[in-house]
Design a protein around this ligand. Sequence first.
Ligand SMILES: Cc1cc2nc3c(=O)[nH]c(=O)nc-3n(C[C@H](O)[C@H](O)[C@H](O)COP(=O)(O)OP(=O)(O)OC[C@H]3O[C@@H](n4cnc5c(N)ncnc54)[C@H](O)[C@@H]3O)c2cc1C
Length: 302
Amino acid sequence: MSLFDSLVVAGMPFVPKKLVRHFADPYIAGESLQDAIDTVQRLNRQGICATIDVLGEGITRKEQATRAVDRYIQVVEAIEREKLDANISIKPTQFGLGIDPAFCRDNYRRVIEVVKPYDNFIRIDMEDSPFTTLTLDLYEDLVKEYPRIGVVVQAYLRRTLHDIESRLAPVKANIRLCKGIYIEPHEIAYRDFDIVRKNYILLLRKALEAGMYVGIATHDEMLVWEAYRLIDEMGVEKDQYEFQMLLGVTESLRRQIVQDGHKMRVYVPFGQDWYPYSTRRLKENPKIAGYVAKDILGISRK
Ligand SMILES: Cc1cc2nc3c(=O)[nH]c(=O)nc-3n(C[C@H](O)[C@H](O)[C@H](O)COP(=O)(O)OP(=O)(O)OC[C@H]3O[C@@H](n4cnc5c(N)ncnc54)[C@H](O)[C@@H]3O)c2cc1C
């Protein structure tokens, strides 16, 4: 990332919200449930399935969590009504993990009760490190009650290898493997780009060897290639993995993976609480950060 782009990323909180929204548009389906349905239908027509995320996180009042649960129930019903090839992803802090873990668990249970007759899948997203253990505990409690549930692990965390070996592999957990998006202290997280990549490959191999189902969530072509290699070398069956990408990111690589005959799932976020998610995406995309700065400065884009 150039110095200019780094400055833009550092200055993101001062970028007008309207402009952030403009540049973040490709990353979110829209503000309404209908926007999410339209996006998923478009993806389904391309042979791609989806996971729907109702935007929102880090809530501080129980009523906010209760509203999020109601919204997710509407999503589950829409998936069935519209016959979408999609499941849901839920952030634990949106269901109140930061307020009270028992309350959060009960909120997931409310959604599980609605999902159960449809036998659809629920993914528990992974957030920053104060919530890692609590989220794994939550997963372990819920999967005993409803097996169609999975969790996320982050390759940048030093603890993840141990978490897979000691907690997730023994129960053949269904995981999404990603690099990790939050800013974490060096004591607990690898910061070096190559080490995170190498750890990702190690974790992927461990998980596949253990017979776990893996959502290979990355836009990093080198990791996609490494995943292809492992799938080939280990003779991994198609029902043991899928690739996953975020809406609006590396669509040409996405098309390539689908053409190569692999299952692809796209993360489709929607809702009014788009700001934190959007700024995380913009910070990951140095080019877009540059566009934002140029737009503010009135420099035309080439
Ligand atoms: C389906 C899915 C679910 C996720 N869930 C979680 C989660 O629960 N918890 C969590 O901590 N993280 C989650 N992440 C985010 C993940 O941890 C990474 O931050 C993110 O995927 C970027 O890492 P990467 O592997 O794509 O590699 P990178 O090296 O970051 O990206 C590889 C290439 O992809 C392109 N790219 C990446 N991001 C963007 C962007 N925003 N705009 C344009 N181009 C881009 C660039 O060309 C970049 O060089 C998820 C990611 C995916 C795909």
